[in-house]
Design a protein around this ligand. Sequence first.
Ligand code: ZN
Length: 334
Amino acid sequence: MKKYCLRLTGSDRTREYLISALEGGFLSHAYIFEGADGSGRHTLVRELLKAMTCESDDAPCGVCPACLKIDAGVCVDIRYIRPAEGKTELTVDLIRGIYDTVGMSPSELDFKAYVIENGERMNANAQNAFLKLFEEPPANVEFFIITNDASKLLPTIRSRALTLRLDKLTPSQMAEVLDAHNIPDSPKRARAISLADGSAGEAMRIFTEDDDTVRTRRICDGAIDILLVPGGDKLGFISYLQRNVKKTDELCRVTALMQRALRDVMACRLGLDTPPTYFGSTEQTEKYADHISDRAVLACQDAISELLSVSDTPLNPQLTVTVTASRLWDAHLI
Ligand SMILES: [Zn+2]
């Protein structure tokens, strides 16, 4: 009997399910792969496509023409739908483009596949256009939606596709992935793993952009100190961020880190037994947890989420830094 192996670190249950579906011949025509950026969703979809195609007894072999073509992203029967260069939305036109080819017979494989990347970025019109494909799925067509948040998809889309979740990786699993990418163990690598919040892709990004990351972390540490240690004041907080943050994307990175710190603070206030993901230890978290209320933590997180949700639209950086700092200060006093 043909054996399947999907090469991915972590997310064992999702992998095992897919292997049993391949072996049992009950793959569905549509899946939603949900997980954080860098959690291995693209890798898993690629492994699955290779497994569906490869004729080796141990599939995917990774070396046959089909496997090589899929790895290189040049198989004509597999289309990747992603936002246009420089754009953030998956528009209705991109989805309608699927209609042009979906009815055609596959040329190389015995099926066609459409991989929708950043599925959460489909606007309402695009989702409705996509739904029509789902209602009458053409024969021999597979749809894979990759997303970091399946709740942003219409319930009618979610009900027609099985959602498979990818887990966060443990530090040792992340180390395994970095080993496989020939990134040797070092203090720099260890720091990337500790900052990456369970995402191997993120760890690799941080490793290569380490200097930026160290700077972002330093700014965030300073901001947390002013915000959560008594004695700070609103103007001091605003001018600290104005001095240190000059661009909107940098503000987003700093506040995304603050969100992690606030999550640690909340877990500490609730007495949860989860290790901190931002602070180095529970003792360090406790130092901050006493000076803010539960409601204030949630209000700060809301303010940050709101900023991050509009971060793709062009914003005046100075004004955005000022408004965000001011909102965070007010929120932390609730
Ligand atoms: Zn192969």
